[in-house]
Write a protein that binds this ligand. Structure first.
Ligand code: FAD
Length: 468
């Protein structure tokens, strides 16, 4: 019998296994297929590689402007997929965590298939191998939400990109959240005629309103047809050229057709095959595994971490939760999951990101000031010809502490990361304004926006923003 069995080898599971072994537990890690889970094999790593290719195509458009003459770039999709596979393999083989796990003696069982509970202390792999343990940590992640709509089986998810042999001539993307906009942005850059459908009033519903509006404008200008508030889907049906989506708005029927329909309308727990009832593990109202602040499920010896718990579904949060769950599983419930500063965003064209409190949340809980600096007023963006976008800083009027930051434009995520560190350090706007960040950089915009916020608060910053 093991001390700990971890089910699922994505970021949460891998770190959970590492931590459990570090604390001295005899640990087994069960991967349904390859080590690394969805993150390494089907999510951020491969999708970011496609995004890099779309970025290269976009950058190539600038060559003439900077005096470089080359012939028109052409995308060979099957070569791109070969590159995706190389990157995935490279990332996997260079994983330092994999080496650490090995050196700590964790038994990694790849290709275990869908693992299911037989009782509270026993699981079984697809091949019939039965494993018993004192403690379990469930890290089985999530899957794309399916809609109970006639013809839904004709639609695709982002994962189907890996099975395409060429770039589709046209695509409908349903869902204007982080995954949907990424798919739309990438394939639009590859030359696919792309329509993005969002049932809500705006795309990027969880982002700042100004950021979402700017992203929507930029997507439209780049050729994506953005249809917000489009109505309700009635059905999907096959046509000679692809798939038709039938929908209606205010009782008026409408339709749209494309070679491919990608649906990205949410992410649900991958718990169906686990037979959780046999272990006494309950789901919450959203159908994710119910956990307390120590990531303990309703069965006190079973913990859960990562997307399966339905919290912020991102790699860094999965890693953090895996660490916390394993610590509590081995050492007893001593470490609650903290509320760290979080950065979210996407590598679309344009990029967008936010960190800390959104303006809307900050306004509801604090008396705030906001400052905005547009990208077209900073040196680096002008040098690079990337002047679209803005950075918005949110600070508490009384304490001058930075509460949040929204960015849209080139390297938005990197800029927001720097702001995240300032927030985590509890910095005031005038303190950030005094840091001599390197010139000319994208992150340098934070100094300008901090100066602007400090001025509104009548705080001295000691020196002027260098680009004024
Ligand atoms: C298209 C896309 C892009 C993304 N981009 C980003 C990004 O840029 N940055 C970011 O931080 N996050 C991104 N994410 C989110 C990120 O990938 C997830 O939050 C993260 O992978 C969650 O880690 P996890 O360990 O909880 O689960 P996963 O990575 O999903 O791993 C869980 C593993 O468990 C396996 N499993 C499931 N059920 C069983 C079972 N019964 N038995 C055995 N194994 C099982 C699954 O097959 C999977 O391999 C993206 C997601 C998608 C879909």
């Amino acid at each position: 019998m093991s001390d700990v069995v971890v089910i699922g080898a994505g970021p949460a599971g891998v770190v959970a296994a590492l931590r459990a072994a570090e604390l001295g537990a005899r640990t087994e890690l069960l991967a349904r297929s390859e080590f690394g889970g969805m993150a390494a094999n089907d999510g951020p790593v491969p999708v970011r590689t496609l995004a890099h290719a779309s970025r290269l195509l976009r950058d190539a458009e600038q060559l003439g402007r900077y005096g470089v003459t080359v012939s028109e770039p052409l995308l060979d999709y099957s070569r791109l997929l070969t590159r995706v596979r190389e990157v995935v393999e490279d990332v996997r083989s260079h994983s330092s965590v994999r080496k650490q796990i090995g050196s700590l003696g964790v038994k990694v069982r790849e290709q275990s298939g869908t693992v299911r509970f037989l009782d509270a202390h026993t699981v079984e792999t697809r091949g019939g191998l039965r494993l018993q343990a004192e403690k379990f940590i469930i890290c089985t992640g999530g899957i794309s939400r399916r809609l109970p709509i006639p013809g839904f089986e004709l639609t695709s998810t982002h994962s189907d990109a890996w099975g395409l042999t060429s770039v589709p001539p046209s695509m409908l993307v349903v869902g204007g959240g982080a995954t949907g906009v990424q798919v739309a942005s990438i394939f639009n850059a590859f030359g696919t005629r792309t329509q993005l459908f969002e049932a809500g009033p705006r795309i990027l519903a969880t982002e700042d309103e100004d950021v979402a509006a700017a992203a929507s404008r930029a997507f439209r200008e780049s050729g994506i047809v953005v249809r917000e508030n489009f109505g309700t889907i009635e059905s999907f049906e096959k046509t000679p050229a692809g798939i038709r989506m039938n929908f209606s708005k205010d009782g008026k029927p409408d339709s749209a057709e494309a070679a491919l329909v990608v649906v990205a309308v949410g992410w649900v727990a991958d718990s169906a095959g686990l037979n959780l009832a046999a272990a006494g593990v309950e789901l919450n109202q959203r159908k994710f595994v119910k956990v307390d602040e120590y990531l303990r499920t309703s069965a006190p010896h079973i913990f859960a971490a990562g997307d399966i718990t339905g919290r912020l579904m991102l790699v860094p949060q999965g890693v953090q939760a895996g660490f916390v769950a394993a610590t509590n599983a081995v050492a007893g419930p001593t470490m609650p999951l903290g509320e760290e500063v979080t950065t979210t965003g996407s590598f679309t064209e344009p990029e967008y990101a936010q960190t800390g409190l959104s303006e809307a949340k900050a306004r509801a809980t604090h008396d705030i000031v906001t400052a905005v600096v547009h990208f077209d007023s900073t040196t680096r963006t002008i040098i690079d010809g990337r002047t679209f976008g803005f950075c918005k800083l949110i600070a508490d009027r009384k304490t001058a502490k930075i509460l949040g930051c929204h960015v849209i434009g080139e390297r938005a995520v990197d800029i927001a990361e720097v702001a995240a560190i300032a927030i985590a350090a509890g910095m005031r706007v005038d303190e950030l304004a005094r840091i001599p960040l390197a010139f000319p950089t994208y992150a340098g915009i934070l100094v300008n926006v901090a100066v602007s916020a400090a001025r509104q608060l009548d705080l001295k910053v000691g020196w002027q923003a260098r680009e004024e």
